[in-house]
Design a protein around this ligand. Sequence first.
Ligand SMILES: NC(=O)c1ccc[n+]([C@@H]2O[C@H](COP(=O)([O-])OP(=O)(O)OC[C@H]3O[C@@H](n4cnc5c(N)ncnc54)[C@H](OP(=O)(O)O)[C@@H]3O)[C@@H](O)[C@H]2O)c1
Length: 327
Amino acid sequence: MKLSIIGTSTITTQVLEAIKLYSEIELDFICSRSTLKGEKFIQQYGFKKHVSTVEELAQTDTEAIYIASPNSCHYYQAKILIEQGKHILLEKAFTSNSRQAKELIELAKTKNVVLMEAIVTPFLPNFEKLKEILPPKKEIIHVNLAFAKVSSKLNDFIKGDPTNIFSSEMSGGSLMDIGVYGIWFAVALWGKPKKISYHSLVKLSSGIDGKGLLVLSYHSFDVKITHSKISNDGLDAHIYTKKRQIIGSNFSILSKILDIDTHKHIIKDESVDQQQTQYYYELGEFLHCVTTGNQSFKNSLENTLLVMNILDEARKQAKIIFPDDLS
Ligand SMILES: NC(=O)c1ccc[n+]([C@@H]2O[C@H](COP(=O)([O-])OP(=O)(O)OC[C@H]3O[C@@H](n4cnc5c(N)ncnc54)[C@H](OP(=O)(O)O)[C@@H]3O)[C@@H](O)[C@H]2O)c1
């Protein structure tokens, strides 16, 4: 598969480490606004050529593109590329809002190209393991998810320097950046929630949320998602069932099990081995989809749209409006 990439930040370099593990992936174009960065990526990673704009990239014969640009760029970049028949792996959050997501999904189906959100959760072997050991919904009592880590860009924002992640124009904020992992976690396991309740706990001067609390209510239990880009409130998952407490940590969702057997607590570690780079699995799925010409089943576009609808509703409740919502 001839793969090109838009964006040259840390996430691209991390995904490039995973790409190295696939001999079937041939690096094609690096799309960067900076010629200097483009040249550096050619030398460092072996891209074939540099292009400066998405319009130029769309005119090449490249097959597939991984888009790792700020959130508000996703829709228009993906649209131009899908129109030219390119397969797309699109970073989370998928688009600024569900209206854009719906349009891209319909276009991808019309153009018969693969479109997949680059979200690691549904592909991790430990998430698969969690699905295996999880009891039915009726036995779940409560779920607490924490996705909270101070952003490396926070000091720049405080100093008044432009930062995409804390910008409303770029469709940034904690919910879009990190809260989305918690939403994906719940949607991939339990589907559409019955009720959504969102509190933006800290709203920043740029109009977006620095941290927040989202509650997704299912019929018999709630999923409480705390997320933050301005404080380290943990990266873990606790699922309380009638018989067990299942504990996951970091984004890898390890499955430590606490058996609640009257007075005895027995801790078992049921986690399975994973590749060091979590991006390995989403890339493998994307490669498989492009090769077979099918949309992903594990990470379905229906779930992507569901997640985008939840993000829209949560932002509506917290009065977080992006310029993209108004256009
Ligand atoms: N899956 C994950 O684990 C993960 C982790 C981090 C981020 N992400 C997602 O990846 C995406 C990029 O996040 P990031 O923090 O890396 O963003 P970023 O550093 O602000 O921007 C990423 C790249 O996009 C280009 N870019 C920056 N500002 C732009 C603008 N105004 N217009 C057009 N292009 C611009 C830059 O490339 P050039 O200068 O080379 O043009 C930059 O390297 C986001 O959607 C984020 O949610 C995912």
